[in-house]
Design a protein around this ligand. Structure first.
Ligand code: GTP
Length: 253
């Protein structure tokens, strides 16, 4: 059993990716279990095998305890951590090859609170990995790219799992723009050049250049995999990298 947590900023395409990747895996003869861990989501385009909203609903908590939208999500995630063992048993009972876990939309309420790591540890079955979804439309400017990669890096540190970064929504960008983003991940000098020529605000340019040095120095981030959860492009490449992690190879080919 391979547990894959799909994480990323709000609206980056986590839910769409869970749906599209599950379909891809099923078409390739894998049994897939789908878990919705977002207590506040209104609609999911797939039928979850386990839906956290059946256990705890953020909307209900809002009403019952007069909480705001974010407070209710925090309360829901805290309650989930207590029920994690029960959820894990349900996951194991399904007995699928792949378990795809859709995480809460507001990633900071989940990934950057210690209960998020606790929940991830408690729900991991056998081998596990995280897929960090970057919205390509946000990463197409040099400073947007740096902030996306910093978020990816902090998630990697928080969860301490093998992590694959994907650049989603490439169907919305022209090929030269996608190629440029990918070059930034391989050539720090190109990224710095782009940062310095792009910025109108010198302070932001200086800060982004420094941050890009930090990213390079840490050196644990690899080139994101370009995908489109909408068209299915790149899902085969995502599968290959995940499969490598599953069978115990290196994170990236
Ligand atoms: P929250 O959980 O609400 O934060 O969102 P999410 O990260 O689960 O994103 P979701 O899958 O709901 O997608 C957000 C929007 O982006 C939706 O309108 C999707 O249709 C759209 N979207 C997701 N993936 C893609 C993609 O690859 N290409 C395009 N063009 N749109 C996409």
């Amino acid at each position: 059993m391979f547990t894959v947590f799909i994480v990323g900023t709000a609206g980056s395409g986590k839910t769409t990716l869970v749906s599209a990747f599950a379909e891809w895996l099923e078409n390739n003869q894998y049994d897939v279990a789908l878990v919705n861990l977002d207590p506040a989501v209104e609609y999911v385009p797939y039928v979850p095998d386990i839906d956290i909203r059946d256990v705890v609903s953020a909307r209900e908590l809002m009403r019952k305890y007069k909480l705001g939208p974010n407070g209710s999500i925090i309360a829901a995630i805290d309650m989930l951590a207590v029920r994690a063992q029960e959820i894990k048993s349900q996951i194991m009972d399904i007995g699928a090859n792949y378990v795809l876990i859709d995480t809460p939309g507001q990633m900071e309420l989940f990934a950057f609170r210690s209960v998020g790591s606790v929940l991830i540890n408690r729900l991991s079955v056998d081998r596990s990995a995280a897929v960090f979804v970057i919205d390509a439309t946000q990463a197409q400017t040099p400073s947007g790219y740096v902030s996306s990669m910093l978020l990816a890096l902090s998630t990697q540190f928080r969860f301490n799992l093998s992590q694959v970064n994907v650049l989603n929504k490439i169907d919305l960008l022209d090929k030269p723009v996608i190629d440029e983003i990918l070059e930034w991940s391989e050539e720090t000098d190109l990224l710095k050049e782009a940062l310095l020529s792009d910025q109108v605000n010198k302070l932001e340019a200086d800060l982004s250049v420094r941050l890009s040095d930090v990213l390079t120095a840490v050196g644990t981030l690899s080139r994101p995999i370009p995908i489109s959860a909408r068209t299915g492009e790149g899902l085969d490449a995502l599968y290959r990298v995940l499969h490598n992690i599953y069978v115990g190879g290196s994170d990236y080919d």
